[in-house]
Design a protein around this ligand. Structure first.
Ligand code: NI
Length: 259
């Protein structure tokens, strides 16, 4: 897949790009949905803290409103063999140069009918504040993504912003997911519906959001990452919203590391 000069320019000016063309065929997408559904059904990574509820307090026995698996290729290594990954890699090299290498980052499943919204956030707000980033996330739905089932929305130009104030969703320190505190800056957002296998790409600071899934089908999204190596942030920086958070997922990860 060769990006046009307009697409490359749009990405660098706006901090996101939508490619509404499937990167792979329906056979591979059907296989990916099978693998994806299996690891969620088996609750892969639950014990180690890699699977958790992004938008709820994630206690045992409570149904997750926005289940997420970090590093799903750890639990389904065959995901690395897909054609889609080679196409994503080639697209990201066109945007960031030959050093950028695409890898699978996480999977976010939005259940039918009651899947929670993913509130407005900047991805970098989740990461280590001691590092400087120049990278992007690639979001790929495994079925059509619509406004009704939770496609992504972006704030154009927000990749140039600093990291604005975030907090755990609803101010609840037991919830892993973050939300931006000041929503007044998010005027004129752009929705990016996609066919199955299409992608959106957004920079590490681009503000984005996904609505709830109010449709009758589950919304499966695979998220990949690519970029330049991170290096030391030039000044002292802290993300206080991550310092006060203490989730059930952290407790499982701690217990697993001691076992
Ligand atoms: Ni995000």
């Amino acid at each position: 897949m060769k990006l046009s000069a307009e697409q490359v320019l749009f990405f660098h000016l706006n901090g996101f790009l939508s490619i509404p063309t499937p990167l792979t065929d329906e056979v591979e997408l059907a296989w990916m949905r099978d693998v994806y559904d299996r690891i969620f059904r088996e609750r892969a990574g639950r014990e180690s803290g890699d699977q958790f509820d992004l938008a709820g307090s994630d206690e045992e026995g409570k149904e997750a409103s926005l289940p997420q698996i970090l590093n799903p290729a750890k639990y389904a290594p065959e995901l690395k063999d897909g054609k889609y990954l080679q196409v994503v890699d080639s697209v990201m090299k066109q945007l960031f140069g030959p050093e950028a290498q695409a890898g699978i980052a996480h999977a976010i499943f939005k259940p039918a009918g009651n899947g929670a919204a993913t509130p407005w956030h900047q991805d970098e707000a989740y990461w280590d504040p001691a590092l400087q980033y120049y990278n992007a996330s690639i979001w790929m739905p495994l079925q059509e993504a619509t406004i009704e089932n939770g496609c992504l929305w972006f704030k154009p130009g927000s990749h140039e912003w600093p990291i604005l104030e975030h907090r755990p969703i609803g101010g609840n320190a037991k919830i892993h997911g973050l939300e931006m505190v000041d929503l007044g800056v998010l005027t004129d957002p752009v929705a990016c519906p996609l066919p199955a296998g299409g992608i959106t790409i957004h920079r590490n600071r681009t503000a984005h959001f996904a609505g709830p899934n109010v449709s009758a089908i589950p919304r499966r999204a695979l998220i990949l990452g690519a970029g330049l190596p991170a290096y030391k942030y030039p000044s002292e920086r802290r993300f206080p919203w991550n310092e006060t958070k203490h989730t059930a997922r952290d407790e499982r990860a701690e217990a697993a590391s001691k076992a």
